[in-house]
Design a protein around this ligand. Structure first.
Ligand SMILES: *Cc1c(COP(=O)(O)O)cnc(C)c1O
Length: 473
């Protein structure tokens, strides 16, 4: 499998060549040159597979430059009941006939990002041992990416993590998860600004090719292709869990921010998984809902991003969205380059009166948004009716998912975090605290390790250089 850039200006590369990188050299995102097609025979074979077996079958289609033996070892080491607290890895539960919750958040940091990040940690280790090199991971997080990355990389030889987060804008539990890590290879940087300031710094540093190669900078933010590919697996796994036979269609409701999770759903659908609708849910920061309703993609200025009670979806622009637009415009990289040039200049592009947008239904996408009051109401309803607590992000997905529910089509709502991460809102909705999973009691009282910087590319580069040079000296 070769990977091309959405902007068409990079040499096609293999999986291991793009694994450690972020943006492609032309500023675009890596995409497989084609999607492998899964037929009825494959689906029949795959239905009975365990999670690691299924992950192996799907990943080997995309990572064909890793030997089958090595890949098998990597997935077997990653997807264990010890790490994910369930042999199913992503167990599915039925709320009522035809409505399911897919539990993607049973990994070490209680959010779905662990599913991909734990794999990434083991893939990175594999690649670095092969080449004998070191890696400095630079990431931006609004909460869940950062902790998932840090728990996947902590203590790994040859890897250092520099994680930028918006200062004082994560939940206390999220903050504690990251900042309480005492591993020397984990460096937490709280940036005075919002998530997009952090993401812009990561992009700027990644675009400084000299700095990037001098300090072996890699990224783990949601544009990393391996994360997207890892997420394809649970669309298949949960499809099998919610259906009896492979001629059934299902719809997925996906709480969305940077468009990484639902991008994996889009790819699973393009591969041939019988997905009827991909229901995209946003919170008050509804830039993606606006696009899927109107064809207008209008990024918000960072100071217009609202801080909400589903903070991992507080984004002004969606970094993986370019991957979908690449497919939407028929993989015309000139068109994508033009659209993103316009976006950089004007902050907006409009596909509403183009033939592309009229085909949006062919891709199965529908959307909706959810506000604080909806979130509280949904958390309450699910608790009263089914005696189950769901987190604020999952609640956004359930709310919008139910609005688009169709008779006879099973609806699978992706659970992207556990309620323990967002205790304040759970308390507001239900008047009681969420259960804290075993081993995480008292996390918020542990000593914290982090530094605070202005939203300044130079300051961040300085810190990286100092940390690396200090170690070399
Ligand atoms: C990251 C995250 C999301 C958004 O996922 P994207 O892949 O960025 O669309 C939703 N919910 C939670 C809990 C998250 O951590």
């Amino acid at each position: 499998m070769r990977y091309v850039s959405t902007r068409g200006g990079a040499t096609p590369a293999a999986f291991l060549d793009i694994l450690l990188g972020g943006l492609m050299n032309d500023g675009g995102l890596a995409m497989p040159e084609r999607y492998p097609q899964i037929g009825a025979t494959d689906l029949a074979k795959w239905r009975g597979l365990s999670y690691p077996e299924l992950a192996f079958e799907i990943l080997r289609l995309y990572a064909d430059d890793i030997s089958a033996g090595d890949l098998k070892k990597i997935v077997d080491k990653t997807y264990t009941a010890e790490v994910f607290h369930s042999a199913d890895i992503t167990p599915v539960r039925e709320l009522e006939a035809g409505v399911f919750i897919a539990g993607l958040s049973n990994g070490p940091t209680l959010a779905f990002k662990d599913v991909a990040m734990q794999l990434l940690g083991n893939l990175f280790e594999h690649a670095l041992v092969k080449t004998g090199s070191e890696l400095n991971i630079l990431g931006a997080t609004s909460g869940d990416t950062g902790s998932a990355a840090e728990y996947a990389m902590r203590g790994k030889r040859g890897i250092r993590v520099f994680m930028l987060s918006p200062h004082q804008k994560m939940s206390p539990f999220q903050t504690a998860q990251m900042f309480s890590l005492q591993d020397a290879n984990i460096i937490n940087i709280a940036v005075r600004g919002v998530f997009d300031d952090c993401q812009d710094i990561v992009k700027a540093v990644s675009n400084d090719h000299a700095f990037k190669s001098r300090y072996n900078i890699g990224t783990v933010n949601s544009i990393n292709w391996a994360r997207v590919v890892a997420q394809i697996v649970y669309y298949f796994k949960t499809y099998f869990a919610a259906t009896q036979s492979n001629d059934q269609q299902v719809s997925f409701a996906v709480p969305s921010g940077n468009f990484g999770n639902i991008c994996a759903g889009h790819i699973a659908r393009c591969m041939g998984l019988p997905i009827r609708k991909l229901i995209l849910a946003t919170n008050e920061n509804d830039v993606l809902d606006e696009f899927f309703r109107s064809g207008v993609y209008r990024v918000r200025p960072p100071d217009r991003v609202q801080q909400t009670s589903s903070p991992s979806m507080d984004i002004s622009k969606a970094s993986n969205f370019e991957r979908f637009v690449f497919d939407l415009v028929g993989r015309d990289s000139k068109a994508v380059t033009g659209l993103w040039r316009q976006l950089d200049r004007d902050g907006i592009f409009d596909l509403s009166r183009t033939p592309h947008f009229s085909r949006i239904a062919d891709f199965g996408f529908v959307s909706g948004s959810s506000r604080h009051a909806d979130r509280l109401e949904t958390i309450r309803t699910i608790y009263r009716k089914f005696n189950q607590m769901i987190d604020t992000h999952t609640a956004d997905g359930v709310k919008v998912g139910l609005e688009h529910r169709e008779p006879g089509v099973p609806l699978i709502c992706l659970e992207t975090a556990l309620p323990a991460k967002f205790a304040a809102t759970i308390h507001e909705a239900l008047g009681c605290d969420p259960e804290v999973p075993y081993g995480m009691e008292g996390l918020e009282r542990l000593p914290q390790r982090f530094c605070v910087l202005d939203a300044d590319e130079i300051a961040v580069k300085d810190l990286i250089a100092r940390s690396c040079d200090a170690r070399a000296a």
